[in-house]
Design a protein around this ligand. Structure first.
Ligand code: NAD
Length: 371
């Protein structure tokens, strides 16, 4: 009996989402046609388009499909059309609901500088050339979710806003484990980042990561760093890092900072992982870090590479197809080296190609490399 096909759910979302998904679909279909993958692929709605069609930014049927899938590939959601809706109906709520429902607690954000794009960074090319770091951000805990929270009025009439930074030992250990496992497949170095100098939650973070390191990951180098120093070091000498693991708030800031070292929003993929089941199956959602880019939506000029590289991450992390992920990343690299650029990364003397042409170019390069 043949094993059941692995299921992928595609969520094109809003704005440039359908365009970059269309280009990515060409790559997915190439792998299927070449017999390198045999996925069962379905599509569903999320975000503003789901609100327009179903009155909710994600339906319970779409949520169930996301949970049932072996991996979800999402483009982006949001746009001015839905900005005045009540909070619960906003496109972003759909995405948050999926993340929560799937239990995605670890957000992986690689910041990789393709040599040919080193000039696109605001930092000097020699500082970022060859950069390859991975930021692991805790996604379900910390100050964004901690209780008590709210805004209250004090007896003297002053108002007070409250949020609570809170972490348990198991929440820290499970995300640190993801970081150590990733480091083992990379350059075996983890930087754990908190503010243990001023926050008790940071002291606990440091103690728990140290404990896990001593018990299970002695082969990986561990360094501890305060978040403010990490921000400075990322700009001063980013290549000192391999994997960085940090909490929800610091991760939010540091991963945006790290992504800008590469200088190109349209190039950056991400993955969010949930708990591993006994069967080895792990809930996972892959998505570019960019938003729905309403300013260029519908024009056919968006860069599809962030989503295409998100698919490469899916092949590597959800399906253990490292050779195929390498092949796809190499195809992207070669296409860029040949001078092909979408408008967001075009340099002097080059002419920009459309989303479709970029997708086709990656497919042609895949076919050329595969023979
Ligand atoms: P954005 O990432 O959509 O756009 C920022 C700038 O980068 C724009 O000038 C845009 O044209 C450009 N850009 C982004 N992706 C690009 C690509 N693939 N190719 C070429 N250029 C690209 O961020 P924003 O403008 O702050 O937000 C727009 C909407 O997206 C908002 O509704 C926001 O809430 C939503 N958003 C969604 C996500 C998500 O789906 N995960 C993330 C961020 C923002």
């Amino acid at each position: 009996m043949t094993a059941p096909k692995k299921k992928i759910l595609l969520l094109p979302g809003d704005g440039i989402g359908p365009e970059v998904t269309g280009a990515t679909r060409k790559i997915i279909d190439w792998f299927q046609r070449a017999g390198r993958t045999a996925f069962e692929i379905t599509e569903d709605l999320v975000g503003g388009i789901s609100y327009d069609q179903h009155g909710a930014p994600v339906t319970s049927a779409a949520l169930a499909r996301a949970k049932e899938a072996d991996a979800v590939l999402l483009a982006c959601v949001g746009g001015p059309k839905w900005d005045t809706l009540p909070f619960k109906d906003r496109p972003e709520r759909g995405l948050l609901a999926i993340r929560k429902e799937m239990g995605l607690f670890a957000n992986l954000r690689p910041a990789v500088v393709f040599d040919v794009l080193a000039g696109a960074s605001t930092l000097k090319a020699e500082v970022v050339k060859g950069l390859d770091i991975m930021i692991v951000r805790e996604l379900l805990g910390g100050v964004y979710f901690g209780e008590p929270r709210g805004i209250e009025t004090l007896p003297n009439g002053e108002r007070r806003g409250i949020n609570t930074q809170v972490y348990t030992s198991s929440e820290i250990q499970r995300v640190a484990r993801v970081a150590f496992e990733l480091a083992r497949k990379r350059r075996k170095k983890v930087g754990s980042v908190e503010k243990a100098n001023v926050m008790e939650s940071g002291v606990l973070w440091r103690e728990e990561v140290t404990k896990l390191h001593a018990s299970d990951y002695g082969d990986v180098e561990l360094v501890h760093m305060y978040a403010d120093n990490c921000a400075m070091q990322l700009v001063r000498n980013p290549k000192q890092f391999d994997v960085i693991v940090t909490d929800n708030l610091f991760g939010d800031l540091l991963s945006d900072l790290a992504s800008m070292l590469t200088g190109s929003l349209g190039m950056l993929p991400s993955a969010s992982l949930g708990p591993k089941e006994a069967s080895g199956r792990q809930a996972a959602l892959y998505e570019p870090i960019h938003g729905s880019a309403p300013d260029i939506a519908g024009k056919g000029i968006a860069n599809p590479l962030a989503m295409i590289l998100s698919y490469a991450m899916m092949l590597r992390y959800s399906f253990n197809l490292s050779a195929d992920a390498d092949l796809l990343e190499k195809a992207v690299h070669n296409v860029l080296s040949a001078g092909m650029r979408t408008a967001d990364i075009v340099e002097k003397g080059q002419s920009a190609v459309s989303t479709w042409v970029m997708g086709d170019a990656v497919v042609s390069e895949l076919a050329r490399l595969a023979v």
